[in-house]
Design a protein around this ligand. Structure first.
Ligand code: CO8
Length: 260
């Protein structure tokens, strides 16, 4: 795959996606969105990939937002269309069927913060600064920020970020539940890989069904969501991996997963 705005590597079931426009703090332009869409569609269909790590090239940023050069010329209809397109790309990331871990160093602003929000979980190093500064540009978040941020941290904390445009520190992001963990800069990638390895050791279908249960369940009333959980639990019970996982436990040996 020919990529101009991303770096991509796969090792031991772990895919690493690096946003690679460091001169503009990894700002998300249309080319990068297109490449993310192609890449995550390929990741979804690749059974060898168990976990994805997303980070930004360079020391200064995960991503400092949508590319403001491109935003400058947008009119009403084009703005709506580009927001819809970006939302669809981020939904492809969210629904790729594998855990996606955002490793945040430096700025994660605007569309960059929204990209991190579309990931399964977020870890940050102490240099991270997160924010939704769109209102400073006369805009609102358009890549899912008004919705995913409010669902994750609650409407008051989300609106504080959106209405003030203030950047918050990694520690403040941890306090409101925007990031899962904060680590020292030299530990960011190591910790990301550690979490990825832990997830890659789990039964593949159990990971997939866990993602499905939580992600789809949150969009439903509790009673329906519990039905979904029970149905997916039943699905897991019919897998070879469940037979292997329970047998391996009883035989006191590590399981060998087939992904079936
Ligand atoms: N877009 C384009 N270029 C950018 C962006 C960006 N978002 N952010 C930084 N750059 C460029 C700068 O223009 C600069 O380029 P040059 O060297 O050619 O002047 C280079 O990156 C380095 O940036 P700075 O010199 O500004 O670096 P500083 O360390 O001084 O400042 C900041 C870092 C504070 C992060 C600053 O760059 C900044 O404020 N950036 C913009 C942050 C922002 O407003 N982000 C939100 C953008 S809007 C958005 O994301 C909307 C998403 C939804 C869109 C939906 C429909 C399309």
């Amino acid at each position: 795959m020919q990529l101009e705005t991303l770096l991509y590597a796969v090792r031991d079931g772990m895919a690493k996606v690096t946003l690679n426009r460091p001169k503009v703090l990894n700002a998300l332009n249309q080319a990068m969105l297109g490449e993310l869409e192609t890449l995550f569609n390929a990741i979804r269909n690749d059974n060898a990939i168990r976990v994805v790590l997303v980070s930004g090239a360079g020391e200064k940023a995960f991503a400092a937002g949508a590319d403001i050069q491109e935003l400058a010329g947008l009119g009403q209809e084009q703005g709506r269309e580009q927001a819809l397109h970006g939302q669809s790309v981020f939904a492809t990331i969210e629904n790729c069927g594998k855990p996606v871990i955002a490793c945040i160093r430096g700025y994660a602003l605007g569309g960059g913060c929204e990209l991190a929000l579309a990931c399964t979980l977020r870890i940050a190093d102490t240099t991270a600064r997160l924010g939704q500064p769109e209102a400073k540009l006369g805009l609102i978040p358009g890549y899912g920020g008004t919705q995913r941020l409010a669902r994750l941290v609650g409407p008051a904390a989300a609106l504080q970020m959106i209405l003030t445009g203030e950047m918050i520190t990694a520690e403040a992001a941890l306090r409101i539940g925007l990031v899962n963990e904060v680590v020292a800069p030299e530990q960011l990638h190591e910790r990301g890989e550690e979490l990825a390895h832990a997830m890659a050791k789990m039964a593949p279908l159990a990971v997939q069904k866990s993602l499905e249960a939580v992600q789809q369940g949150l969009d439903r009333p509790l009673r329906e969501a519990l039905q979904l959980e029970a149905a997916l639990f039943g699905t897991c019970c019919a897998t070879e991996d469940k037979a292997e996982g329970t047998r391996a436990f009883l035989e006191k040996r590590p399981p060998v997963w087939q992904g079936r």
